[in-house]
Design a protein around this ligand. Structure first.
Ligand SMILES: *Cc1c(COP(=O)(O)O)cnc(C)c1O
Length: 407
């Protein structure tokens, strides 16, 4: 008789974004004339850069010719891509990462979930609260957490590290020592970062406590401030305690293309077992490789044309972020984020929960955002808007919000 993985039953039934979609659909069915502005999207909206498209066309033609056809990709990914990564993402920042420490994948979402395969079930995890829900949810599936506690809106046996206005949306070193620490900077949903000197404290803490940091740098390309690290390996000693997750999704618009990578330095070992070798084993056995055409597309991001074009896209989004930040501030909201990330995080008015504010904004201004409580218990009382809309929509949304506060 088969048995299901009962850990899955611990996950609350309805997913944040399906609840939002239902509410928006119900509203538009009743008010078909409403001109809805979607500032809740966590997906890029600009098309792929011309340099990327050209590389994809060329690689597609190669796949159609006997001499240049490619079958299964090498386990770790093609060397041309891993070399480009080692050179541009690391060497240029003074960090030396070897080619066999880079594992090409189909994205950071898959890697952030799958990385748990190489860790024992009885590791205790710590997460920023609020944060990208994938870290906690995949640990729930793996049986590393307790039950969901409805009243507290959290899972048992997880160390939640509150990131609120009081700490400038940064986590504080936990009182109870975790085994695995998930950090995500720039953060989704708060847009917060911490200075490199602060990140160094986490690295020192992890090394002192034999904990491992899983560092999600999916928004690295949005970092605009000098004192914020682009990679955790800019910190001394990070190679003995940190795994880094990277993605082409938000940096270069690859959400539909699927490409990312994970870095596991060979020095990262426990009791003589290197995590690099465990992940190599897992990667070779359970992952089929990112497609040749997509890896060539990723390589093109690092060309000078590709860099110029993707930087323009990020500048476009970050200009939207500026419009939203300034618009909300002018309307009297308390706002953070939007400087090193395409996310703007605002405090809901005194008497409104995250979901009440969601309804209020939808009904009065026809704007869709994301309730902060969907990203963790400390997100209650906050709300996320994203810069992935158009410039025109960002301007129009702020006009509506300012009219609301005058009215
Ligand atoms: C969007 C996002 C990802 C997903 O990256 P993919 O490479 O598209 O899987 C990972 N981490 C965070 C924090 C994200 O917001």
């Amino acid at each position: 008789m088969f048995k299901v993985n009962e850990n899955y039953l611990k996950l609350p039934g309805s997913y944040l974004f399906s609840t939002i979609a239902k509410k928006v659909n119900a509203y538009t069915a009743e008010h078909p004339e409403a001109n809805i502005i979607r500032l809740g999207i966590g997906d890029v909206t600009l098309p792929l850069a011309p340099a990327v498209i050209a590389a994809m066309h060329k690689a597609t033609d190669e796949m159609g010719a006997k001499e240049t056809f490619h079958g299964y990709a090498p386990d770790l990914g093609y060397e041309f891509l891993r070399s480009a990564i080692a050179e541009h993402d690391y060497k240029k920042r003074g960090v030396s990462i070897a080619l066999d420490e880079i594992f090409i994948s189909d994205g950071a979402k898959s890697d952030s979930g799958n990385i748990g395969d190489i860790f024992a079930t009885d590791n205790k995890i710590a997460v920023c609260d609020p944060v990208y829900p994938v870290y906690v949810d995949t640990n729930v599936m793996a049986g590393r957490t307790g039950e969901y506690e409805e009243a507290a809106q959290r899972f048992g046996n997880v160390i939640y590290m509150p990131c609120t206005a009081e700490t400038d949306f940064a986590p504080e070193l936990p009182k109870e020592t975790p085994d695995i620490i998930y950090l995500c900077f720039p953060n989704n949903p708060t847009g917060a970062t911490i200075p490199k000197t602060e990140l160094q404290k986490w690295v020192d803490y992890a090394n002192a406590n034999r904990a491992v940091i899983i560092y999600d740098a999916a928004y690295e390309a949005y970092v605009s401030e000098e004192d914020v690290a682009h990679t955790i390996y800019e910190c001394d000693g990070a190679k003995t305690c940190a795994i880094e997750l990277r993605s082409f999704s938000k940096n270069a618009g690859f959400t539909g293309n699927r490409l990312g990578f994970t870095v596991i330095p060979k020095e990262l070992a426990f009791d003589g077992v290197s995590l690099n070798s465990l992940w190599a084993r897992r990667h070779g056995t359970k992952f089929n490789g990112a497609p040749y055409v997509i890896q060539r597309a990723g390589e093109a991001v690092y060309t000078s044309e590709g860099q110029k074009q993707t930087k323009e896209q990020i500048a476009y989004y970050m200009n939207n972020a500026k419009v939203i930040r300034e618009g909300l501030t002018a309307a009297g909201y308390s706002v953070s984020g939007g400087i090193n990330a395409p996310y703007i995080w605002l405090k809901t008015p005194e008497h409104m929960t995250s979901w009440e504010f969601f309804d209020y904004l939808l009904e009065t201004a026809h704007i869709v955002g994301t309730p902060g409580s969907g990203f963790g218990p400390s997100g209650e009382g906050y709300f996320r808007l994203t810069a992935f809309g158009t410039y025109e929509n960002s301007v129009e949304a702020m006009k509506r919000i300012q009219e609301l506060c005058r009215g």
